[in-house]
Design a protein around this ligand. Structure first.
Ligand SMILES: Nc1ncnc2c1ncn2[C@@H]1O[C@H](COP(=O)(O)OP(=O)(O)O)[C@@H](O)[C@H]1O
Ligand SMILES: [Mg+2]
Length: 374
């Protein structure tokens, strides 16, 4: 029997829990051609949510384009990725798509790759000269297709903060100036690296300053998560009581990814007994922490002594005032000026996240590992 709790990939259909309000709001935004900035830490469910939303609006006749910028390490790669997303989003057979691509992107040579049932395109273009004209063509392509079909369109840029790594801000500047003329296209910018995303959208010196509606994505409502998990367990005749369920929710802080991970292990553990006990939850947590411990040790060894002390302090306290005398003295952290640097480094490594003015260890099981070990 297949484990019904899935993590580490986008979830859809029966494996997708709730998000009804978020979906409704995003569908409305897209229909209004509103630009939206979706921000959340990693693994809160941005990609899963937006893919559900895209399926929904596509069924209502809106053209959809999904651009994953995670691998966009430079402007050339950006061109390839965006061109690929445009060709994937144009409805129709291979001939029609190639014809449109040649028209919209005249400086790019598409190469058709056939799979069993489907096809996709790869692209070649001259990288020796200026690639700027290619960027100009690309940024207008979706709007042209929407015009031609007399439809609205939506373009999602996932992991948008990667554009901050390019040599210069050409793409950022051009996107801002070109996109604002596209009346029938909604652009959605999603990102996990909150400090980079905030700088792109909240810094008055950057092109995207005040350029869309902010949509911070929170965790999933705990009642919905409970209902989801109960249904999945009972579908396999495994019983989980309310107290045990609350314990699972508490120990994963309702974080969708860690919740799925813990339920996944519980499901394996209780396949025979068919009842989940407190002891099973403890065992499942032990399994997860020891399974990940080699990764944690590797991460730990990369840290300076100051960073280690700070991680221990953040793992042990809930929302501490990190610059308070008490916090600094309790954990022997020295002067507040020196932990500023350590906080910055840990944020950059994505080991901690900033939340409501405080800081916390991002990975819940890493946090538990630190608490147990140090
Ligand atoms: N709506 C949801 N229902 C069930 N599980 C979810 C949901 N959203 C996220 N998850 C869990 O979190 C994991 C990460 O989701 P993902 O969409 O990749 O997040 P993000 O794009 O924010 O990093 C998924 O593999 C799944 O285990
Ligand atoms: Mg994602």
């Amino acid at each position: 029997m297949k484990n019904p709790f899935i993590y580490g990939e986008t979830v859809s259909g029966d494996n997708f829990c709730d998000r009804a309000l978020e979906m409704e709001e995003l569908v409305t935004d897209i229909k209004n051609s509103q630009n939206v900035i979706i921000l959340s830490p990693r693994r809160y469910g941005k990609t899963s949510l937006i893919k559900q939303v895209l399926r929904k609006v596509e069924a209502q006749g809106i053209l959809t384009f999904y651009v994953d910028l995670y691998p966009a390490i430079n402007k050339g790669k950006f061109i390839e990725i965006y061109a690929g997303a445009i060709s994937a989003g144009i409805p129709g057979g291979v001939r029609k798509v190639v014809k449109r691509i040649k028209e919209y992107l005249p400086r790019i040579i598409p190469k058709v790759l056939m799979d069993d049932q489907s096809f996709h395109l790869e692209f070649e273009f001259d990288r020796t000269g200026s690639i700027s004209p290619n960027i100009d063509d690309l940024l207008c392509a979706v709007d042209k297709e929407a015009d031609r079909q007399n439809k609205s369109a939506v373009v999602v840029f996932d992991e948008f903060q990667e554009i901050a790594n390019f040599d210069d801000d050409e793409i950022e500047r051009k996107m801002r100036s070109v996109f604002q003329n596209h009346r029938n296209v909604s652009y959605i910018f999603m990102g996990s690296k909150t400090h980079l995303m905030r700088d792109i959208f909240n810094n008055p010196n950057r092109p995207f300053y005040k350029s869309g509606k902010h949509f911070p994505l929170g965790k999933i409502d705990h009642k919905e998560l409970s209902f989801f998990a109960k249904k999945k367990f009972s579908g396999q005749n495994i019983v989980i009581g309310n107290n045990e369920l609350n314990r699972v929710l508490d120990s994963t802080e309702c974080h969708p990814y860690y919740f799925q991970m813990l339920c996944n292990v519980l499901w394996e553990l209780c396949m025979d007994s068919r009842v989940i006990t407190k002891d099973d939850i403890r065992k499942a947590l032990d399994i997860l922490i020891s399974r990940e411990s080699s990764v944690y040790i590797a991460m730990w060894e990369e840290l300076t002594i100051k960073q280690k002390n700070l991680m221990v302090a953040l793992a042990k306290e809930e929302s501490p005032e990190v610059f308070s005398k008490k916090f600094l003295e309790t954990y022997g952290l020295g002067l507040s000026s020196s932990i500023q640097k350590a906080l910055k480094k840990l944020l950059k490594k994505e080991l901690i996240q900033q939340e409501n003015g405080s800081y916390r260890v991002y990975d819940l099981f890493f946090k538990k590992w630190i608490r147990r070990t140090w």
